[in-house]
Design a binder for this molecule. Structure first.
Ligand SMILES: [Ca+2]
Ligand SMILES: [Ca+2]
Length: 203
């Protein structure tokens, strides 16, 4: 058991390091853009008041959205970090992003590499669901999940999983328009949580 616990904990850590998440326009930190312009043909850098004393400024506020990854048992119970799992057992991995803002988050891209020394992907187990922002673990699990194809497709949906080497099973999950494995673009509506899940067998 102790060996398994340690290996699982290491996997979580390596998986965390391996993730990349890229967001569209909302990912920039707050910034102020100043427009240069003038009144009556005088480029004095002001639009405010029309008297030449103001300053045209637009402040863009944004937040960084966190990617959460959970391991869950067959019933959807979240497994604690380093929880014991047994060879042959099937578990779920759930990835979700909660867009807590009042604006859509466009250009979401996620890449997640499965550690094939620990887990084997269960074919055709990719699914997605949405929930209201702030939904708890049980609510997320209870949502209506829609099947996604493993294939990259034309692209045909927002996610895919491919075999990049090692064992002949699929090991690289991408969500959104990830270069080299392009899926449909992903935009998460305001105040909405997007979750993707897939099943694996513990090696
Ligand atoms: Ca697909
Ligand atoms: Ca593989």
């Amino acid at each position: 058991m102790s060996v398994r616990v340690r290996r699982t904990a290491l996997l979580f850590m390596s998986a965390l390091l391996g993730w990349t998440i890229a967001l569209g326009p909302p990912n920039a930190n707050a910034a102020t853009n100043r427009a240069f312009g003038g009144i009556a043909g005088i480029n004095n850098g002001t639009f405010d008041g029309g008297d030449g004393t103001g300053e045209a400024a637009i402040t863009l506020d944004s937040v960084k959205l966190a990617l959460v990854k959970q391991a869950r048992d067959a019933s959807g119970n979240v497994l604690a970090d380093g929880a014991d799992v047994t060879p042959g057992q099937q578990i779920w991995f759930v990835l979700y992003i909660d867009n807590v803002t009042n604006f859509p988050a466009a250009g979401i891209r996620i890449s997640d590499v499965l550690d094939e020394s620990e887990f084997t992907y269960v074919p055709d187990s990719l699914e997605s669901a949405t929930a209201v922002s702030g939904a708890n673990d049980a609510t997320i699990w209870s949502r209506a999940w829609s099947s996604l194809t493993d294939a990259v497709g034309a692209p045909d949906d927002i996610a895919s999983i491919t075999d990049t080497g090692g064992p002949p099973d699929k090991d690289r999950l991408t969500i959104g328009e990830v270069p080299g494995q392009m899926n449909d673009p992903v935009t998460i509506s305001a105040n909405t949580l997007l979750a993707v899940r897939f099943r694996v067998t513990v090696d």
